[in-house]
Design a protein around this ligand. Structure first.
Ligand code: HEM
Length: 542
């Protein structure tokens, strides 16, 4: 038996090697003699540069870029990618040659993705993407739609305060990260389809579990893809079939929710519409030039909300602790990676951790809030424009701890960047972590200094208050240009009001060991250890 297994294994390795060498030869044949490729670290056969990577992928890229430069070429298996690590190279890719780099890279699961061709986040830059982007900006995430859900955000904030106040009364420790994730989950779920995530059994919970299954199989499938397209093509391990089955279950489930919404829409015109209602309206609009399919809606729901469990911890976390799987998952799941819940809650956790670790900043922020709001009412979203230090704290937290540190693009034409040749279809990863710590752009780049974002700061950033749209290519927490994040306003809204409320209402104590500011592994930059602290209520407006 052992011999048969060994033989199968040997055949397998031979096949992989054959296809690997074949693809290398093909790649080589394509290269002209004068072709100048970006520098690259030493590689091993088959796995390429995989051994250079640690579980915190963006930090591995950052370290390698110090040795091999801001435009660096990496191979993992048969796949080649270019990592971009300085503000000036990011400018070349995201601004100067934007039209060549406005499509997203895709990976692995296309053959088994039942929503293939209906995705917004992975859509090629073209008519369907433009239609969805317009829908996002004019309806789904427009200022008026965000205003309509202000009460929802206030209610969820109140629930967060109640929960922390209870812990304060009982002198109990809380996992602040889990509380913040629950809050952002609920805000998003209610805005998308009027359901909460943390009321015991509910639709959102079931849906999320189905998505986790899809993630598991797609991750395994993409591992095969990255090592060799042959394994993927013939679905040797059956992960493709399992992925299709899980996605079909997810599809059936969301279909039933859509039908409930459609029934409700017939009877109650004019109520506050959630995103699902808007998407269904567009779907039924006979006059729409571009058709939004039911699959398109389901894919959007999959992307926007239900990707992470309420406590922010993967069920199959071990699967994502290996660099190979993390990298692959990043490439494959860019849709989920850039999704709303995870990014917003992670950003909030880091910002809160920085505030607790920097008491001078914490006190200064509280002083600003108290001097504007007083001590008799709770800070509100409408106060935010008058709180410049709060805005500076959020900007600085997003600079140091970009929740989506790798911006994923694809090169759509052969071109020359910085004197290096880049082939059509090359995968591009802009490392926002490196860009936002570029020492040529930032004074003491690794230090948490919100003051740098205030008007009149020495760094001149205040001369043109740093926006969030990526116009200044050294500050790109939400990406840049046409493919920039359409959820930025919503995310900032939630971040500003939550941080302001926490600082206004609570002091936070931590154990003797303090707060561990190391990053963990994963699609987004999570903290390595949970943010455990003791909230002490100092002002209760509820
Ligand atoms: C702090 C929170 C967030 C951060 C840091 C963040 C970051 C990003 C980044 C870096 C990108 C890629 C941009 C590029 O390629 O230039 C992106 C794209 C995207 N984000 Fe966000 N995001 C956040 C919150 C949200 C929210 C709340 C939503 C929606 C509910 C959202 C939906 C999207 C979508 C749909 C895209 C794809 C856009 C496209 O391909 O055209 N994001 N985000």
């Amino acid at each position: 038996m052992a011999t048969i297994t060994d033989e199968i294994l040997l055949c397998f390795i031979c096949l992989i090697s054959f296809f690997f060498i074949q693809s290398l030869l093909k790649r080589k044949a394509k290269l002209r003699s004068d072709f100048k490729r970006p520098p690259s670290p030493p590689a091993l056969p088959i796995i390429g540069h995989l051994h250079h990577l640690s579980p915190v992928i963006h930090q591995s890229f950052h370290r390698l870029a110090q040795l091999y430069g801001p435009l660096m070429r990496l191979h993992i298996g048969t796949s080649t990618m270019i990592v971009v690590s300085s503000a000036s190279s990011a400018r070349d890719i995201l601004k100067i040659h934007e039209s060549l780099f406005s499509s997203r890279l895709t990976f692995g699961m296309e053959d088994y993705n039942i929503y293939e061709g209906h995705s917004f986040t992975t859509a090629e830059y073209g008519p369907y993407w433009r239609f969805m982007k317009r829908l996002c900006m004019s309806k789904l995430m427009s200022a008026s739609q965000l205003d309509r859900f202000m009460d929802v955000r206030r209610e969820e904030m109140k629930k967060l305060l109640e929960s922390l106040a209870k812990s304060s009364k009982e002198s109990a420790a809380v996992d602040l990260g889990a509380e913040l994730t629950r809050m952002t989950n609920n805000v998003l779920s209610r805005m998308v389809m009027s359901t909460r995530c943390s009321d015991g059994y509910n639709e959102a919970e079931v849906c999320r579990n189905l998505v986790l299954k899809c993630i598991e199989f797609a991750g395994k499938l993409s591992m095969a893809d990255i090592l060799d397209t042959f394994i993927k093509k013939f679905d040797l391990f059956g992960h493709g079939r399992k992925l299709v089955k899980s996605m079909e279950q997810f599809d059936k489930f969301v279909e039933s929710i859509m039908e409930i919404h459609e029934e409700r829409m017939k009877s109650s015109a004019g109520d506050t519409k959630d995103m699902m209602d808007i998407l269904l309206e567009v779907h039924h609009d006979q006059n729409s030039a571009t058709k939004l399919t039911r699959k398109g809606i389901k894919n959007f729901v999959l992307v926007s909300t239900f990707l992470y469990p309420p406590n922010g911890i993967y069920k199959s976390k071990d699967d994502f602790d290996k660099p190979s799987l993390i990298l692959i998952s990043i490439c494959l799941f860019q849709e989920m990676f850039i999704a709303g819940v995870e990014t917003s809650s992670k950003a909030l956790q880091w910002a809160t951790a920085e505030l607790i670790s920097n008491p001078i900043v914490f006190d200064k922020l509280r002083e600003e809030i108290v001097s504007l709001v007083g001590t008799t009412r709770l800070v509100q979203e409408s106060d935010i424009p008058n709180l410049p230090y709060l805005q500076a704290v959020v900007k600085e937290a997003l600079r140091l701890h970009a929740p989506a540190p790798l911006i994923l693009r694809k090169c759509t034409e052969d071109c020359k960047i910085n004197g290096f040749d880049i082939l059509k279809d090359t995968r591009i990863l802009v490392n926002a972590y490196s860009v936002m710590r570029d020492p040529l752009q930032w004074k003491e780049p690794n230090k948490f200094m919100p003051e740098r974002f205030l008007a009149g700061s020495e760094e001149n950033i205040g001369q043109h208050p740093m926006d969030m749209k990526g116009l200044h290519l050294h500050y790109i927490p939400f990406g840049s240009g046409r493919r920039g994040c359409p959820g930025a306003s919503l995310a900032l809204n939630v971040m500003h009001s939550t941080l302001a409320t926490l600082v206004q209402c609570f002091d936070f104590q931590v154990g003797k060991e303090g707060i561990d500011m190391k990053a963990g592994s994963g699609f987004t930059t999570a903290m390595k250890k949970p943010l455990i602290c003791y909230p002490i209520l100092r002002f209760s407006p509820i």
